[in-house]
Design a protein around this ligand. Sequence first.
Ligand code: PHE
Length: 450
Amino acid sequence: MAKRGKWKSSLGFVLAAAGSAVGLGNIWRFPYVTGKNGGAVFLFVYILAVIFLGLVVMYAELSLGRATQKNPVGAFEKIKPGSLWKGVGFLGVFTGVGILSYYSVIAGWTLYYFYISSLGKFTGNITRTQVDKIFASFVSNPLLTIVMLFLFILLTSFVVSRGISSGIEKWTGVLMPLLFLILLVLSIYSLTLPGASRGLSFYLRPDFSKLNLRMILSAVGQAFFSLSLGMGAMITYGSYLSRDENLFASGLEVVGFDTLVAFLAGIIIFPTVFTYGLSPQAGVPLVFKTLPFTFSRLPLGRLFGPLFFFLLAIAALTSTISLVEVATSYLVDEKKMARPLAAYMVGGVAFLIGIPSALSTSSRFFSNFAFGKSFLDIMDYLWANISLPLGALLLSIFVAYVWGARNAAMEIRPDKARKFPGEDLWVIDIKFFVPIVLGIILISALLGFS
Ligand code: PHE
């Protein structure tokens, strides 16, 4: 058997896993879902979901990946050979391709915004009419949105075809920290805006009377989406880890960093929204309709604009890489396919499925596809709010009861002779809390959709 790739260094792994986690989920999806769900209450529920569901499932995925050194399908098969459990791995493979298909549409928007901000479109105290016009004229152009989608998927497949450490690790190591720095600069600027206090009170002062089930479902879906959980990405990345890696610390770092980035995105967006009289409820376009104001007024905005959209595209790329990698690692490990062929094939399929999503802003048919929602909205709802929690639910049952929570815990322990901090709590959480809460949420989601 061909030798599997490995991360070159511990930092390389943490950066790559953080690269998978940090992406459009944090900077595009988190602010728009938070805005739609009433702001601060949503943030509150989201943080609880990250700690009590996300972090717990993160350890389950990483430990399963490292213990088996396999892709998601192979991982289930190795622990419980000949059983139906490998279906959960397949679910992950499909979910990866499904998410990739519409995620890359939005990533294509980012590429385009990089291009137009380089041309200096976001300068000179831009007005709301101008911002709306730039957005509308782009997204209503079917050919352009499809070309952007195509370019983005091609780029992803190219990186994945090059393999683990020469491809993925090299890219993420340099660019992630740079993105973080820019976010810090933008956050500080945002806090100086006249609407900052209104923005912050929307974002940080919860009104618990607004709490509802739909919001809880969205918060949970968002937590899994943002942390790349529930579809085997972290099983796959964990499988490239060597035995002496400290899983406990790595998991904590990835979850902490991802949450910090999402939090900062909110700090950037909401003060801007309130300063320029925009609506926090704008939905999918929120970020694209907000940030141009920032760049057109920020000192050196002419430079920060293109740099930001470039780095956002890279952050999206390190996430799409992990989406493609799940299906690719399956095809390479189990079907003995050559890596480049597998990577381009997965990309090709996602491109075809992605076309209706790319047309969701231009074609009448796809913009009002069903239930009064666009095709892209429906994809986003199905994969993020249903498929990821479902994958996480099944995975947690598998880890807790089939593999055994204590076996998984052994894998997480930095020192095999001693429990990791919070181990007993983790065991209870994965055995009872995660399956029960996810079960309830999923049933209500399924009922709520029809
Ligand atoms: N976590 C990524 C983001 O926030 C998206 C993603 C979801 C990647 C699921 C892999 C798996 O942008």
